[in-house]
Design a protein around this ligand. Structure first.
Ligand SMILES: [Mg+2]
Length: 229
């Protein structure tokens, strides 16, 4: 029986793409960097994804990700790399301005409230995640919030999960499941840490990963939990 769910936040509960797009646009405006097209935002989005995956593989530090993604993007569109730092500072705040839930996210969290311990497990920065969790109302829905910056290790590092398990004392590993959209962060992390894993794949195209379960809609988690003995 599952007693605790570790929920990834960005790309799982919240639709990160929309928040990212609006935040990038608004920072371009604020820093007077001119207009940015949708295709440029899309290209930034791919660069960003690549940088976070490198963090999950242990190749980069968080700070290298935060600045490196903007440096690479800016140099690709002819903007001076020195804008990366002020841009990122503002971006961390603006990311919380646009809150967009995946369909069924809040309903699922509310349906499970009180039945299992629901924890947010996120690699985002403390600043951006705190604003986002507050603005979205998620702060009061989750029983526990684990932000990698507070813990000192990012998913999929075993030490991140070790911290969470120690804090959830009394709940055994086989009573915990992680739900997330990242094969390299959430699923690999969960497997290494020895808990059950569920990949959230909203577009239905599940990559070739070894998750115990794959869902394309978050509501399916409710029946999934009922089915786990
Ligand atoms: Mg995610």
């Amino acid at each position: 029986m599952i007693k605790a769910i570790l929920w990834d936040v960005d790309g799982t509960i919240l639709d990160f793409k929309l928040a990212e797009k609006e935040a990038v646009k608004s920072c371009f405006k604020a820093l007077k960097l001119g207009e940015i097209s949708d295709s440029q935002i899309e290209s930034y989005s791919l660069i960003n994804k690549k940088y976070w995956e490198r963090l999950e593989r242990g190749e980069l530090t968080k700070q290298e990700v935060l600045l490196g993604r903007f440096k690479e993007f800016f140099s690709s569109i002819g903007i001076d790399e020195s804008f990366a730092e002020p841009f990122n500072d503002l971006y961390q705040v603006r990311l919380g301005d646009t809150i967009s839930f995946f369909p069924g996210a809040m309903e699922t969290l509310c349906a499970l409230k009180g039945k299992v311990v629901q924890c947010a497990v996120t690699n985002g920065t403390k600043k951006a995640q705190s604003i986002k969790l507050k603005n979205s109302g998620l702060e009061s829905v989750f029983d526990k919030i684990y932000i990698s910056e507070d813990i000192g290790f990012d998913k999929p590092d075993k030490r991140f999960f070790g911290y969470v398990f120690a804090d959830l004392s009394g709940i055994k590993k086989d009573e915990i499941i992680i739900v997330g959209d990242s094969p390299s962060g959430d699923i690999a992390g969960g497997i290494n840490a020895g808990i059950r894993t569920c990949l959230f794949c909203p577009n239905g195209n599940a990559p070739d990963v070894k998750a115990d379960y794959i869902v394309d809609r978050l509501e399916k988690i409710i029946e999934l939990l009922e089915a786990i003995e």
